[in-house]
Design a protein around this ligand. Structure first.
Ligand code: UDP
Length: 341
């Protein structure tokens, strides 16, 4: 199947690309490489372009005429969204509208959307399922909620079908060790803790120790990147089979506190890096854990790496080997089309 993938050079996008590529799909990645990397795109063609460039976007969409679009490209940091809300509304809403318009113009009807647990805010029940009212508590979450609303309205008005996957805390690296997370300024807990273990950061700050949780630190549902990737493959197959639009949580249903994660990172790496207790970070909900029953029941998805230490181990192996692996990947010839030309 021909699939157009925005943000396919990013962390989650590149892991989904490797699964879709392995299945033999014809992939076109559209990415501005602001946080993604050319080397991370293991399959398909890569066009470097920005979703604000409507001319290029429309041209590429019309020429490729995909059967489905997967939309990963977005700004994703909660704390940054509190400081720079306009950036989030521009990147996550305006650009999504540009993409949906280009799809309409090219008569592309199927859409997989990266949503987030951030749409729930502080959920009234944990694990949270998709019936719970959305009350985002930061601009990032609001942009994802608005994104979902646009899709819902479009699916009512037009011959348009979508699945929005609400990601919980995605972590880890490709089980085969080929790719992994490579942000210049990582903000995620597991990556930061591993940077401390590696000696690239001096100490890990625990943001907030007075939350209403068992040990006072925030609780999250960490899910392995390859399980997120398989969820996309299953969700897309379901969408193409049934044409039924839906919203589905994507997590394991277990919560770990920041302190649990720090202990697990120390255990896996066998390195006792310094940790300090710090102020709360803006926009963080205390507890967020997924009920992913709908995703399992409807698409047949089953997680294969539901193990925090395994998640950390794959990320650690990537951290230790990434420089060498990136060098090898970068030296390989690949089809990159700069700005569509
Ligand atoms: N966190 C922390 N120190 C860090 C990074 C994150 O204490 O250096 C906390 C953060 O405040 C949150 C949890 O770890 O409670 C998970 O944060 P992350 O950024 O990994 O994901 P988020 O839940 O924001 O998507």
């Amino acid at each position: 199947m021909k699939i157009f993938v925005t943000g396919g050079a990013g962390y989650i996008g590149s892991h989904v690309i490797k699964e879709l590529g392995r299945e033999g799909h014809d992939l076109l990645v559209f990415d501005n490489l602001s946080t993604g990397h050319e080397w991370a795109v293991l399959y398909g063609k890569l066009i470097t372009g920005d979703l604000s460039d409507k001319l290029l976007l429309n041209e590429v969409m019309k020429e490729f005429r995909p059967e489905a679009v997967i939309h990963f490209a977005a700004s994703i940091q909660v704390e940054e969204s509190v400081r720079e809300p306009m950036l989030y509304y521009k990147n996550n809403i305006n650009n999504t509208l540009n993409l949906l318009e280009a799809m309409r113009a090219a008569e592309v009807k199927n859409f997989l959307y990266s949503s987030s647990a951030a749409v729930y805010g502080i959920p009234v029940k944990v694990p949270v399922d998709e019936t719970v009212e959305l009350r985002p508590i930061n601009p990032y979450g609001t942009t994802k909620e608005v994104g979902e609303s646009i899709l819902r309205d479009m699916s009512v008005a037009h011959d348009f079908h979508y699945i929005a996957l609400r990601y919980f805390n995605v972590a880890g690296a490709d089980v085969q060790g080929r790719i992994g997370q490579a942000y210049s300024k990582p903000t995620h807990l597991i990556t930061r803790a591993l940077k401390c273990a590696k000696g690239e950061a001096k100490k890990l700050s625990i943001y907030g120790t007075d939350y209403p949780t068992t040990d006072g630190t925030c609780v999250r549902d960490y899910i392995h990147i390859d399980d997120i990737a398989s969820a996309h493959v299953q969700a897309l197959a379901y969408l193409m089979d049934t044409g039924e639009s839906d919203v589905m949580n994507c997590g394991y249903g277990h919560g770990f506190s920041v302190r649990d994660v720090v202990s697990a990172v120390k255990k896996v790496t066998a390195i006792n890096f310094p940790v300090e207790e710090a102020e709360r970070r803006a926009g963080d909900p205390p507890v967020i854990v997924a009920d992913s029953g709908k995703l399992k029941a409807k698409t047949g998805w089953e997680p294969r790496h539901n193990d925090l230490e395994f998640i950390i181990r794959t990320a650690w192996e990537w951290e230790l080997n990434s420089v060498r692996k990136i060098k090898v990947l970068s030296s390989k010839a690949r089809t990159v089309i700069r700005n569509g030309h």
